[in-house]
Structures are given as structure tokens and as C-alpha cells.
Design a protein around this ligand. Structure first.
Ligand code: FAD
Length: 303
């Protein structure tokens, strides 16, 4: 272990918030992923900046993690520092029709606050199991809504360490992508503009969308949501079903029988199983339909 780096990280975030050889399967919704050399949980933007600076000074790679709900970490883990921006950095403030959340706030918590304040427009995100920081990076969306519709601005830390407030337009939010994703910026804070609404209607829409998820998605198994992006003019799940891969397995990795757009972990799937299965799916869809499936799930570390 790099003792000097460990000491420096402990000095910044406190020793309780620095873990060594942390199994990433504990921090991804796929429940897959080997050990990260270091895993830290900062409490403030100052701590985030200092951790990044230490990594840069020592030449140590680092990676920002939200709730790990769109991530496949390799079986051999990650050589470097995982900076998880999550519960320690997740305050949510409401002022009028605006909600400002630290990037570690879960979308479900933000949606609940919006409901409590009688604000509408964020119901679409209530069942997406990510942080608001991860949702900006991915321009997460569901059921006809996306982050782009509600973001007023986001405060980010650039690779150079400067802090900038970017407007909705400056964030260049596209289908499951953003400027932040391309530049590897760190999202610190997000402001949303919602509208006054009727709490009963907001609640019932959230319930309706939740029921749709429970009925249609294999939520009873670990996964990372939709495995592939939606190819222009098609649905990934339908293409996969039509090539006959419903229920297809590699080890414990399986194309969900309930929703072919999801790859699930039936128990002890390895990252290699998931990759092998994704390769087979991509190859078969390309061969039969000439459509290239692009992964939506991000990959990290050593496989
Ligand atoms: C059951 C299930 C259902 C899902 N349904 C949907 C859906 O309906 N719609 C949808 O869009 N997605 C869906 N997802 C995928 C996922 O929840 C979203 O992509 C979510 O926005 C990811 O957020 P996260 O905090 O988990 O990010 P992570 O998975 O931790 O990270 C994703 C990417 O964002 C980066 N990142 C995370 N936080 C930050 C930050 N603060 N600053 C900079 N970079 C950061 C990471 O480096 C990584 O590149 C689903 C996933 C599951 C498991």
C-alpha cells in the first residue's frame, strides 16, 4: 500500500472515510467489481478539490463515483482512488420553485423533496437509482422526461481545478451524454427549475411510474439498468429479443427474460461474464439487423 498517499487522504477526509482495497461490488448496483486501491468519501467541495489535487501531485489515477448504478467495474478492480460523491455530500435546498442539490443527493430523495414542496416536473426521475451528479453526466431520462428539461445550472470542478457554473445550454446535454462527461468535469451542485403543482397529482404520477418499472423491469436482480443505448429508430431490447437472445446466459450474467434491454446478475456473475454476454449480443444484433449497439453502461478498471 502507498502509505504516504493513505496518510494524505486520511488527513483530508478523516480515516473513517478512507478505505483500502475496497470491493467495488459493494458500491455498484450490478454487485460486481473487484477491489479499488483506495476509496474515499469526501464531505465538501473543498475536500473533493484537495483529494483530486493529492492524486494529481502523486500521479495517482482517480475516478468519481456516484451511486454506481451505471457502471461495470472489472473483476480485478481499480488501481487508483475512487472518490465516491454520495451521502456525505447530498444536501438539498428548496427556494420557491428552485431546488439546489449537492451532487451526491439521490434522485429519489430530490423527487421526494419536490413532492413535499408541491413542485412538479421531476417525477420522471423518482425511480432512477442514481445521484443527481451522475444524472447530469448521463443526462438521465425516463418516461418522456430528461434532466435537460429541468436543469437550470450545474456547478462543476474542471480537470484544472477551477470551479464554474454552467447553464443548461452550456452543459450541452444530449442523449445520455453531456459536456461534463466529455471533459471529465466533476459535478458539485445542481440547480433545478420546477413548477408549482398539485401534490396529489405529483404523488400519483410517481406511483404510476414506479408501478411501470416494477412491472416491466427486472428490479428483483442486480443490474445497471439499460445495458445499451437506444439505437436511432430502434429499441435495443426488441432487437435483442428478435435475435432470440431472451434469457441467454454466460455464467450468472443473463439477458433478462422480463426485459431484454437489461443484463442482470443472477448471483455471482463476473465482469468478464457480463462483457462476454454483451459482446455476443452486440455481434448477433449487428449480424442479423446491421445495427450497432453501443453500451450505455460505463466500464472501469481491470477486467
Ligand atoms: C434498475 C435501474 C434502472 C435505471 N433506470 C434508468 C432510467 O430510467 N433512465 C436513465 O437515464 N438511467 C437509468 N439507470 C441508469 C443510472 O441509474 C443512471 O445513468 C444514473 O444517472 C447514474 O447515476 P449514478 O450516480 O449511479 O452514477 P454512476 O453509475 O456512479 O456513474 C455514472 C457516470 O457518471 C460519473 N459521475 C457520477 N457522479 C459524478 C459526479 N458527481 N461528477 C462527475 N461525474 C460523476 C461517473 O464517473 C460515471 O462516468 C438505471 C439503473 C438501474 C440499475
Amino acid at each position: 500500500m502507498n502509505q504516504d498517499l493513505y496518510n494524505q487522504l486520511c488527513e483530508i477526509v478523516g480515516s473513517d472515510n478512507v478505505h483500502v482495497d475496497e470491493e467495488m461490488k459493494k458500491h455498484t448496483t450490478f454487485r460486481i467489481g473487484g477491489p479499488a486501491d483506495f476509496y474515499v468519501l469526501p464531505h465538501s467541495k473543498d475536500e473533493i478539490g484537495r483529494v483530486v489535487q493529492v492524486c494529481k501531485n502523486t500521479g495517482e489515477p482517480f475516478y468519481v463515483l456516484g451511486n454506481g448504478s451505471n457502471l461495470l467495474v472489472g473483476d480485478k478492480g481499480y488501481r487508483g482512488v475512487i472518490i465516491q460523491i454520495f451521502k456525505n455530500y447530498s444536501d438539498i435546498i428548496i427556494e420557491g420553485t428552485q431546488i439546489t442539490a449537492k451532487s451526491g443527493a439521490l434522485l429519489s430523495k430530490v423527487a421526494k423533496k419536490a413532492l413535499d414542496a408541491g413542485l412538479t416536473g421531476f417525477e420522471f426521475a423518482s425511480g432512477i437509482p442514481g445521484t443527481i451528479g451522475g444524472a447530469v453526466v448521463m443526462n438521465a431520462g425516463a418516461y418522456g422526461g430528461e434532466m435537460k428539461d429541468v436543469i437550470l445550472s450545474a456547478t462543476v470542478m474542471t480537470q484544472e481545478g477551477s470551479i464554474q457554473k454552467l447553464s443548461n445550454q452550456e452543459l450541452q446535454l444530449g442523449y445520455r451524454t453531456s459536456l461534463v462527461a466529455r471533459q471529465n468535469d466533476i459535478v458539485l451542485e445542481v440547480s433545478l427549475e420546477l413548477k408549482k403543482g398539485d401534490p396529489d397529482q405529483i404523488r400519483s404520477l410517481m406511483e404510476e411510474l414506479k408501478n411501470k418499472r416494477v412491472t416491466k423491469q427486472p428490479l428483483e436482480y442486480p443490474s445497471a439498468g439499460s445495458t445499451f443505448k437506444r439505437p436511432e429508430g430502434y429499441f435495443a431490447g426488441k432487437l435483442i429479443m428478435d435475435v432470440g437472445l431472451r434469457g441467454f446466459s454466460v455464467g450468472d450474467a443473463q439477458v433478462s427474460e422480463k426485459h431484454c434491454g437489461f443484463v442482470i446478475n443472477k448471483g455471482n456473475a463476473s465482469a468478464r461474464d457480463i462483457v462476454a454476454l454483451m459482446d455476443e449480443v452486440t455481434g448477433r444484433v449487428k449480424e442479423q439487423f446491421g445495427v450497432t449497439l453501443e453500451p450505455e453502461v460505463k466500464r472501469l478498471g481491470e477486467f
